[in-house]
Design a protein around this ligand. Sequence first.
Ligand code: ZN
Length: 430
Amino acid sequence: MPASPETLAHADDLADFVAASPSSFHAAAEVARRLSDAGFTPLDERELWSVGPGEKQFVVRDGAILAWVVPEGANPDTPFHIFGAHSDSPAFKLKPKPTTGRAGWLQAGVEIYGGPLLNSWLDRELRLAGRLVLDDGTSVLAATGALLRLPQLAIHLDREANDHLALGKQTQTQPVWGVASTLGDVASADLLAEVAATADVDPARIRGYDLVTADAARGVVFGKDDAFFASGRLDDLASVHAGVVALAQAPLDAPHIAMLAVFDHEEVGSGTRSGAAGPLLEDVLERIQLGLGADREQQLRARAASWCVSSDVGHSVHPNYVEKHDPVVQAVLGSGPILKINANQRYATDAAGAAAWHGWCDAAGVESQEFVSNNAVPCGSTIGPITATRLGIRTVDVGIPILSMHSARELAGTADLVALSRVAAAFFAA
Ligand code: ZN
């Protein structure tokens, strides 16, 4: 059956969201922009907060954003329903002294951020995006269009390339972004000036930067019955987008505070100021609860009655590598969001969480699938176990099934995108 207009509209909106979010900083800003349009108010961490019943608010910290809806009937022990996701993706990050080059080429000096599938970044037009911090301390977002590329060596120059493609992590990952006809051209080239120009900033004012690469191509729906959606950064912008769409419609009469928690740095372990292992969520929960007049006892009672749905992408069964998956439990693109289960608690899901998840899926009218690893192929982890461990809040790990995880361009099921958003909406309304 062809995809419904609603399914296609959601995927197209996700393509817009990804295009507006080439870095974690851009993703946080795009979430803020969308929520502002939906009537949410920004708060500054350094100011006194006024939080109370009926408020829709958000706070941005670097590449993270937390946003919430306090219901009209909130009191000091109203619990939270938190939908968690992350804003960062594997990429290349600009090093200091980033303008480099050899043999007449201008290149970018980059480090590897997280665990990208390096070969997937070859032969793609790449953007450079992130934040510039200026001499007066202000932070400015900047993003180029297609500017860089990692060109693959021709097959004629490496006849064994199809047998064993391996990239030197330092020597063969430095993208090109121009050619220089003379040594003087190389000396006067300035990659940061190219980035600064996109933000109307004098490059001499840049004192620091966090800039990463992103695939320049837009997300696209394709395949039989529009089954597939391919895009960069589906891990984890598909979850962030599902959460934003759901939170923008969150009702003011729910028995809990609906919250979207988007963390940075999941791909490098979450142990930062804006990551899930840092104090951000705990601090914001406490400030909301203080705003509602909660004492310590009431805060702890509210947390004990709260839920966190941690949403991150998971693995669809791959038809060419079926042996990598559990022989019985196999999620596939397009058959719904997944509930992630792991005996060693790499995912936070337990029996109570599974039961709660199925209830929210039923309320949304959404079919869900389960994911569990092949015993010989250990799975990754995500933000769920970290937030559960830090705060003691009941947590369930979910997501959408994808192929090509950590590729520059990942593959999702079109129908799963809107389905995840519907479950998030049901979770906020439950
Ligand atoms: Zn992820």
